[in-house]
Structure formats: C-alpha cells, structure tokens
Design a protein around this ligand. Structure first.
Ligand SMILES: NC(=O)C1=CN([C@@H]2O[C@H](COP(=O)(O)OP(=O)(O)OC[C@H]3O[C@@H](n4cnc5c(N)ncnc54)[C@H](OP(=O)(O)O)[C@@H]3O)[C@@H](O)[C@H]2O)C=CC1
Ligand SMILES: O=C(O)[C@@H]1CCC=N1
Length: 431
C-alpha cells in the first residue's frame, strides 16, 4: 500500500497541552490499563474533543503521541539526571502533567501490566501513526472500562459508526454533509487503496485506513462509493465480514438493488442512494431506495445521517437512474451552461474572472429563487422577459440552438447510460 500521501505535521505546545489536559480530565487512572484495544474508546473521546477545539488528529495519531509522552516519562524516571532524556521537544512543559496522570493511575497498572513502558519511539515516526495499530473491532472483545468511557460521552456512543469504502469526490461530499449535522468526525472512517485522497478526510478529523475489511468491521452503516465496475469485487471482499447490524448504502451509478442483494449475503440490508456533488456545500439532491431486507427505520436512520447534505427524498428504485441523469449528472450540465454564459460575456468584452464570478452568482441566484419561490420555471422566466426587451431576444436564440431539446436529451442519455452501467454490473456480479 502507498502511504506516501499521509500528512506529517509536528505537534505544537498548545496542542500537546490540550491533549494532556483532556486525558487528565478523562481520568486516565481509571480507564487506561496499557491494552491498546481497550483504550480505543477513550482516545476516540479525546479525538472528538481535540477536533472540536480545532486540532485534527486521527485516533491513532493521538495514541502514538501518548505513546511518545509515556516513553519520555519512563526515560525521565529511569535517568532523572540525563540532560536530554527524551526526543519530545519542550518535554519540561509536559512533565508535570504527565507525572500527575501517570502517578495517579489505577492500582492494577503496575510495572508488569504496563506492556509498552519500554517503547523507544521517536517523534519522526509520528506522521505514519494514523496507519499504525489500527484497532480491529471485529476481534475487540474488551468490555472492562468501556462502560465508564461510554458514560463520558453517551451521545456519541449511541450514534452509528459510518464507513466509506472509497475516498473520492462523492464520499468526501457526503462525509462533509454528514459532519455538518451533529455527527462528530470520530464516528466516520474511510478506506481507499492509496493515500492520494485520504489527506482531506484526515484534515476533517476522520480516521483512514487502506483496509476495506477493517472499515466494515468497525462500521454500522457502510457507504460503497467506488466506481460502478468496482462494486462487485469490493462487495465480494467484504461479504464475509458483514453481520445483521450492517446497512450497506451504494452510491454507484446504475448498480441495482437486485445486483447488490445478489452480491451480498442473504437478507443483507441494502440501500441504493444517488447523491450529487453539491452535498459538499449542503446543497445536494439525494434520492434513495430501500432494498427488500430493509425496514422503514433503516431509511429513517439514513435520512437522519444525510439530511444535512441537502434535499433528501425516498422513492421507488425506477426513479434512481432518472435522478442520476437529472441531478447526479445534471450538476455538470448546469456547469456547462454557467461556463457558456461566462464565455458569452468574455466574447462581448468582459474580463474572464468577472464573467465567471457573475455567471456562478447568476446560477446560484436563479436556483435559489426557483426553489424558494416554489414557482414553475416558466413563470419565473416570464417575469424576467420584458416584451420586446433583451431576454426574449436571448431566449429566442437559445430555442433556435435547440437548448431545450438538447437538455432533455442529455437527461435521457445519462439515464440510459445509468441503466446500461446497471446491466454491466449485473453481468459482472454473475462472473
Ligand atoms: N462524482 C459524482 O458527482 C457522483 C458520483 N457518484 C457515484 O459515486 C461513486 C464514486 O464516484 P467518485 O467519488 O466520483 O469517484 P472517484 O474516482 O473520485 O473515487 C473513487 C474512490 O474509490 C477508491 N477505490 C478504488 N478501488 C477501491 C477498492 N478496491 N476499495 C476501496 N476503495 C477503492 C479510490 O481510491 P484511490 O483514492 O486510492 O484512488 C477513490 O478514492 C461512483 O460509483 C459514482 O457512480 C454518484 C453521484 C455523483
Ligand atoms: O458520471 C457519473 O457516472 C457519476 C454518476 C452521476 C454523476 N457522476
């Protein structure tokens, strides 16, 4: 796997101090016992609080920082007179808090129990930490102390964990939309084979991994956001790890519920959802359709997760391909029109930057008025047209160019292409 894109960033004093204060406040002595998996929940709570304070580190980066601090603490204890007991810069600032945390730890945590006390790690490896020691929830059988930590943040723990398989534009758009609701980044995780798209998720405080299986094991709702032809192999890969708690939400154009259900274990809860890119700015348009093994509550849960992405509707599956042409692809048709508007202005002598800025505002304003007025577009069009004025001359030219017929045909072609992709993935699933 290619890890080269994972961002390295040094910790500053304020960030480290805040981290230690959070750990102290969470009463580490009762919660930490040196076992990585068991401590995971606590670091998730710390991660959420750090993110809320504007520090975006993954859970694993926090764990790694803690490991470094602990290593420094033990070295200081072993060699109190050593002039440079640790590679942590400005260690003296943290020493007091570390002593307060470590020396009030749970009596069970004795020298023998604390398995990682002799770790010799350096700050240099910090940047790779988000990929290290990733917890394996499938095999997480820890129960001790979890109740305590859940009590610390009951609201977070009652929410489902959300995974994204695929870290592309659409996964990012939906993730951003979800985060703009009251879902904290600690509830999200994303997987992709390379690191090239993961950095932007990490910047939002979302954990990343290269393993789809690991992602599935730690998630309740799994968005499948890979290209349509990759859906069959990806579902094949994760199938064995799915349980009755999972809801699989596919955003892949064309791939039908029947194909998804055929590719997944019997009775899997599957939802087909078609978003569009403006989910990124919470102005998306989403239509979803539930598979035969879902309950209305599954749809309600999904709705509650993505409602901040924009308009969200549930409908029959037959409309999903049409929505793909109208809105999933329709966004690109609108951009083409915005580009052409601007180019017309450039042709008439306006500077390009100003023309593009005015074109985008024109599209935004027209769209908002259309939605908020609730009027039919033809009515608003009539309100812009002065008899014998400029607009009717322009509209005549557009009609001569066949823009209306071309747009209708564009929605038709995109819808038909979605159906074709669906047939191709159905054929792929039978191979
Ligand atoms: N873009 C859009 O506007 C819309 C897209 N969609 C649908 O969303 C889906 C994703 O599209 P989009 O986001 O544009 O695509 P992108 O090409 O932007 O992203 C695809 C992602 O899938 C990842 N990927 C590839 N193979 C695997 C694998 N085996 N396991 C896990 N992840 C993998 C890629 O990894 P890596 O980062 O390593 O390359 C990449 O992150 C498509 O099915 C599309 O039909 C639906 C509506 C609108
Ligand atoms: O072009 C595509 O296939 C995807 C689906 C809708 C928008 N983008």
């Amino acid at each position: 796997m290619d890890d080269s894109g994972i961002k390295k960033q040094n910790w500053d004093v304020k960030e480290t101090e805040l981290f230690l204060e959070i750990l102290k406040e969470l009463d580490m002595k009762k919660c930490l016992d040196g076992r990585k998996v068991r401590n995971n929940k606590l670091f998730k709570v710390a991660h959420r609080r750090m993110t809320a304070a504007g520090y975006h580190r993954s859970v694993d980066q926090l764990k790694f920082r803690w490991k470094l601090l602990k290593s420094a603490y033990y070295r200081c204890k072993r060699e109190p007179d050593s002039p440079a007991p640790t590679k942590i810069q400005g260690w003296w600032r943290y020493e007091k808090t570390m002593i307060a945390i470590m020396e009030s730890r749970h009596p069970l945590v004795g020298a023998g129990v604390n398995s990682d006390r002799n770790d010799e790690v350096t700050e240099d490896s910090d940047g790779d930490a988000s990929m290290l020691h990733w917890p394996q929830p499938c095999t997480d059988n820890s129960t001790q102390n979890l109740g305590l930590i859940i009590k610390m943040d009951p609201e977070v723990d009652s929410q489902p964990n959300i995974g994204f398989i695929g870290a592309g534009n659409m996964a990012f758009g939906i993730a951003k939309g979800i985060l703009s609701g009251d879902v904290p980044p600690v509830k999200l995780k994303v997987s992709a084979p390379s690191s090239r798209n993961l950095g932007r998720f990490q910047e939002l405080g979302i954990a990343v991994t290269h393993s789809n299986i690991e992602l599935v094991c730690g998630s309740d709702v799994v968005f499948v956001a890979v290209k349509p032809h990759l859906v069959p192999p990806v579902l094949h890969e994760i199938s064995l790890h799915l349980t009755h708690r999972h809801i699989i939400v596919s955003v892949a154009a064309g791939v039908t519920l029947a194909t998804l259900e055929e590719l997944l274990p019997e009775n899997s809860a599957v939802i087909r959802l078609m978003p569009n890119l403006p989910c990124l700015v919470q102005e998306g348009a989403i239509l979803f359709s539930r598979g035969s093994h879902t309950r209305p509550e599954d749809g309600a849960l999904l709705h509650s997760l993505v409602h901040r992405c924009g308009l969200v509707e549930e409908g029959p599956e037959a409309w999903i391909d049409i929505h793909t042409g109208l809105s999933g692809s329709g966004v690109a048709f609108v951009y083409l029109f915005a580009e052409a508007l601007a180019e017309g202005a450039v042709k008439m002598g306006m500077p390009s930057a100003l023309a593009h800025s005015i074109a985008s505002q024109t599209v935004l304003g027209a769209g908002r008025l259309l939605r908020e007025s609730g009027k039919h577009p033809a009515q608003l069009r009539a309100e812009v047209c002065t008899p014998g004025g400029t607009t009717i001359y322009g509209l005549h030219t557009l009609e001569q160019g066949g823009v209306r017929a071309a747009t209708m045909s564009a929605v038709q072609s995109a819808t038909e292409r979605a159906r074709e992709l669906g047939q191709m993935s159905a054929a792929g699933s039978r191979k």
